[in-house]
Design a protein around this ligand. Structure first.
Ligand code: AMP
Ligand code: ZN
Length: 467
């Protein structure tokens, strides 16, 4: 299995630290609002990668934090006149609802900054003790010059970084590249006691601490959006490796950005959509499918037209699953010799999907493999197929979809009248057999009145609620 490692800037063979196990840390959202469609991308992508590892038999320890101490949270809390935990807890609950809607498997652990304070203070102290950090008037800075590998992830040396980056001017810093580990309390802000006075942590330290606490000093994969490479992930490496004395993460993976109408999504441009706004128009599974339709490292463009197109494509898979399911329920028999050969042929689509995923998780090509199976099913499975064959192809389709976290089986909402509908359909079938077409037509009309449309097929009567 090959994956692109941002640290080495090439595709590498994946070798886990420990056989059969994977330690994976993904940076999570800052919870001051509903997650936006851009945040949905790392949720879906790294969940799909996790699912693929699980499909391959790995046990994945998956940690994703919530940043619940932050300027934006405090600002919103002050605006609403509430404690900042009211804001963060509200949007953590909403983010978890969105993740569930996107069919993201729950993380092994979702640590929060507010619950990790003693461990954060401990790591900051270790960095001071080891000569990698210094305190000035209640602020603790990381001394970037003390860490030799600084810049290795973003591929820059300190001088280039200083020339290129926008750096906070702060007279207390020894070097402009030094960054904050702990900052003193300001009026109206939440604060915690520390050896450097009351205050709160800088942003980067939380991930170093949580990864260490829940996964260990060295982890397999660390992931997030590409905007985090510098400075966030560069700083995490500096903190963790300086404190722990060992390599932090073996593989660094970053997803590309979601742009809106071909422009970078940002709040200031006003081209910013929360996931909630989008799912008011299209279902969550279409959003997931849309995200999977592109390679995770490429930028993808969001527009309503593209989202609708994703819905149409997903419908092709759903229609196929629905037809197969219907055939399975209405035909009988074991596989013929020809069907056995076709069944073997259909295994190729699984191989195709695996090859795509093993090549740096090319979900776009994996989706193509599913479409090829759909075309194969539409061509080869019909009402004259055997039950065993139709079932086999349906299971193959469901398996491939489940690897990507897609569930193509429409949940037929039961409006509580399924039994009645089926009884009426049976009566109508009886009436037709007895050539009592007047009764048959009356029953069809009665069903229509209930909002149910029926369709006569060679394998029996198919019904659905009218759209
Ligand atoms: P944030 O709440 O901004 O810290 O972001 C949470 C996660 O979403 C991080 O992994 C970001 O890199 C990622 N992210 C934010 N905006 C986008 C975007 N427009 N496209 C893709 N990923 C994004
Ligand atoms: Zn992080």
């Amino acid at each position: 299995m090959k994956l692109y490692n941002t640290l080495t800037r090439r595709k590498e063979e994946f070798v886990p630290l420990e056989e059969g196990k994977i330690k994976m840390y993904v940076c999570g959202p800052t919870v001051y609002d509903f997650i936006h469609i851009g945040n949905a991308r790392p949720y879906v992508i790294f969940d799909t990668i996790r699912r693929y590892f699980e499909y391959k038999g790995y046990e994945v320890n998956y940690v994703q934090n919530f940043t619940d101490v932050d300027d934006k949270i405090i600002k919103r809390a002050n605006a609403e006149g509430v404690e900042s935990t009211v804001i963060s807890e509200r949007y953590i609950a909403e983010a978890l609802k969105d993740a569930q809607g996107l069919n993201v498997e729950p993380a092994t652990k979702n640590p929060k900054v507010t619950e990790e304070m003693p461990y954060i203070i401990q790591m900051v102290q270790t960095l001071i003790d080891k000569g990698h950090a210094y305190e000035v008037d209640g602020t603790v800075f990381f001394d970037t010059k003390s860490f030799e590998g600084y810049g290795k992830l973003s591929g820059k040396n300190i001088d280039e970084l200083m020339a290129g980056a926008r750096i906070d001017v702060d007279d207390n810093k020894k070097s402009p590249m030094d960054f904050v580990l702990w900052k003193p309390k300001k009026p109206g802000e939440p604060a915690w006691d520390s050896p450097w006075g009351e205050g709160r942590p800088g942003w980067h330290i939380e991930c170093s601490v949580m990864a260490k606490r829940y996964l260990g000093d060295t982890i397999d994969i660390h992931a997030g959006g590409e905007d985090l490479i510098f400075p966030h992930h560069e700083n995490e490496i500096a903190q963790s490796e300086a404190a722990n004395g060992v390599q932090f993460a073996k593989y660094w993976m970053h997803n590309g950005f979601i742009n809106v109408d071909n422009e970078k999504m940002s709040k200031s441009k006003g081209n910013f959509f929360t996931l909630r706004e989008i799912v008011a128009e299209v279902p969550y599974d279409v959003v997931r499918f849309f995200i999977l339709s592109g390679h995770y490292r490429s930028p993808i463009n969001f527009s309503r037209e593209l989202m609708e197109a994703a819905g149409t494509s997903l419908d092709r898979i759903k229609n196929c699953a629905r037809s197969l399911d219907f055939i399975v329920k209405n035909v009988q028999g074991e596989m013929t010799e020809d069907e056995k050969k076709l069944s073997e042929q259909a295994d190729e689509f699984r191989v195709q999907l695996e090859n795509a995923m093993e090549d740096d998780f090319n979900t776009a090509d994996a989706v193509t493999a599913i479409f090829e199976l759909v075309t194969f099913a539409n061509r080869n499975v019909s009402e004259s197929s055997s039950k065993a064959f139709a079932e086999d192809i349906l299971n193959k389709l469901l398996k491939l979809c489940s690897i990507l976290g897609i569930d193509p089986v429409e949940k037929t909402e039961d409006n509580g009248d399924t039994a009645k509908i089926e009884e009426l359909i049976a009566k109508r079938t009886e009436a037709k057999k007895a050539k009592d077409f007047a009764t048959a037509d009356a029953i069809r009309a009665e069903l229509l009145e209930m909002g149910v449309v029926i369709e006569d097929t060679r394998a029996g009567v198919r019904w659905s609620y009218a759209k």
